[in-house]
Write a protein of this length. Structure first.
Length: 194
């Protein structure tokens, strides 16, 4: 049995196809790559994140701002590290979009992705804002719908900040990292008239 035509393509051509699939649409994770990765084992082995971090690093550079990280890490910022960051940000953005971790107890839909903690979601969003040069905020606001998430975090009676619960019982919200990150995000995202 002859191998599929895609498997016969040179690696650089296949990478180019995968890059365009992974970068369209601009918003959100490179989800259009999944069907290509599931085509067969050969394609998966050539295009998976562990075997082709350069591809995912290129997709990251298209979807997110990277100048701050390049300045901070210099030569130590490898394609493998950038590819891992793409995976992490994709998971966090999906969790923001579906408003997971904004309320307590956290709702989990996927066993692997449920390993992301509230602190990691908040810290990743905080990092995206600090390193924003335009792309990061678009991802947070338009794909991740962070405004909905942060409102639920602070103002829902079951919000993970526990602010409503604490104020109803006459105590100040807990002094913890999650509260500080949540307040910083809320302050930064607050728009005039809200």
């Amino acid at each position: 049995m002859a191998p599929p035509v895609l498997c016969q393509l040179p690696s650089d051509v296949l990478d180019h196809i995968a890059y365009f699939l992974g970068s369209d649409p601009f918003l959100g994770p490179p989800a259009a790559l999944i069907p290509l990765l599931l085509t067969n084992r050969d394609l998966n082995s050539r295009l998976s994140l562990p075997s082709n971090p350069y591809l995912y690093g290129r997709i990251f550079r298209l979807k997110y701002d990277i100048t701050a990280a390049q300045t901070r890490f210099g030569d130590r910022l490898t394609s493998a590290k950038v590819a891992d960051e793409l995976r992490r940000r994709s998971i966090v953005l999906k969790r923001l979009k579906h408003r997971l971790e904004s309320r307590t107890p956290a709702r989990h839909t996927n066993e692997d992705e449920s390993k992301v903690s509230l602190r990691e979601v908040l810290f990743t969003a905080y990092t995206l804002i600090l390193e924003d040069e335009g792309k990061n905020m678009i991802q947070l606001r338009q794909y991740g719908r962070i405004h909905d998430w942060i409102r639920e975090f602070w103002f829902d009676p079951l919000g993970s900040s526990l602010a409503i619960c604490c104020t109803r019982t006459g105590v100040w919200p807990l002094n913890r990292t999650e509260t500080a990150l949540g307040m910083w995000l809320f302050w930064h995202l607050l728009r005039k008239g809200e």
